[in-house]
Design a protein around this ligand. Structure first.
Ligand code: G3I
Length: 316
């Protein structure tokens, strides 16, 4: 099966994968990425983030971001922009400059406006505004501006490109619970104040054996789409404690199926993005010691049982 072609045939906009600039020197990797029947969409893992695009105030560097945008264009892939505002990978001139509310407002407007204007017609997101308990994350944006940083960023993005789809993206909002409820309340508040919000990104960094069930994910997606926003699975992977055994790989296959099937059952779930497709370039081992093997292809670019799990989730 070719996963993007399959997703399209089942009514989704795309199936895709994130990619990162250093990986593009690996010819085996690029050969798989170029196949847009497999991956019809991409997201820049790192190179569109604030530290990469505006390392110093007012000095924009788009070389890495352009490389991914050009790759998407030349191979016929949709591109999702990632991200406009995020607490992480934020240069210290933003986080530590002691900006006043008015100054930080202008900084956000300039950053989001410039980024979104450069990559018109794409989707862009603001990432991870919440703590796991549903309170707002204590970062420079919230601490300086309260929740108003969210409409400030979204309005600047909409003004820069009225055609851009605007998302808020987070983790641990893929199942019913306090954090998902907090995100739903935020969507309501934004809608009530006519702030542009088109979708919610469900990151979906799951763990083998404790991935939320299809029913739980469907219920959660429906809670968002009922508010008048679409959803997308934006960073899917399913990690395990190494070594990968046949039993873990079989459970991982089931977990991929559960997640893809949930998106398949919800009309307003527009597409699915893997947070890279090969274990060779997964972020997981660098962050969680002793864990990994989270992707549907192994580190030698060979399909794992999880690949079939994805196709089964789409109904094939
Ligand atoms: O660029 C530097 C390089 O100069 C330096 O030599 C090297 C040494 O460690 O680090 C490089 O930066 C790394 C960067 O990735 C680029 O490779 C950072 O240390 C590393 O922390 C960073 O990790 C990224 C992580 O976000 C940062 O939080 C991961 O690749 C990326 O996959 C991950 O993605 C995030 C999403 O954006 C948001 N959702 C969660 C997801 C997983 O954490």
């Amino acid at each position: 099966a070719k996963l993007h072609t399959l997703a399209k045939s089942k009514g989704k906009l795309y199936f895709g994968s994130a990619t990162d600039n250093p990986e593009l020197t690996n010819t085996s990797y690029v050969a798989q990425l170029d196949d847009s029947t497999m991956f019809g969409q991409t997201t820049a893992t790192n190179s569109m983030k604030w530290d990469a695009t505006e390392p110093n105030q007012g000095q924009f560097t788009f070389s890495g971001a352009d490389q991914i945008a050009n790759l998407a264009q030349s191979t016929g892939k949709l591109l999702r922009g990632h991200n406009c505002v995020w607490h992480n990978q934020l240069p210290s001139w933003v986080s530590n400059s002691g900006f006043t509310a008015a100054q930080l407002t202008a900084v956000i407007q300039n950053h989001c406006g410039t980024l979104v204007a450069r990559y018109k017609g794409r989707t862009f997101n603001l990432s991870e505004p919440f703590n796991d308990d549903g309170t707002f994350r204590s970062d420079v944006f919230f601490n300086t501006l309260g929740t108003s940083f969210i409409p400030i960023a979204l309005n600047a993005a909409r003004q820069a490109d009225p055609g851009a789809k605007l998302y808020i993206n987070d983790f641990n909002i893929e199942f019913p619970g306090v954090k998902s409820t907090a995100m739903q309340n935020l969507v309501r508040t934004l809608k009530q104040s006519n702030t542009p919000i088109d979708g919610i990104g469900l990151q979906s960094h799951f763990i083998v054996g404790i991935t939320p069930s299809t029913a739980s994910q469907v219920q959660n997606m429906n809670a968002f789409t009922a508010l008048g926003v679409e959803v997308a699975i934006t960073e899917l992977d399913v990690r395990m404690t190494l070594p990968a055994t046949p039993a873990l790989l079989a459970q991982q296959k089931t977990d991929y199926t559960s997640t893809v099937a949930a998106c398949q059952q919800v009309k307003g779930c527009v597409g699915i993005t893997l947070w890279d497709w090969t274990d060779k370039f997964s972020w997981v081992p660098g962050t969680f010691a002793g864990q990994g093997a989270a992707c549907p292809w192994d580190e030698n670019f060979v399909k794992k049982p999880a690949f079939d799990g994805i196709a089964i989730g789409f109904g094939n």
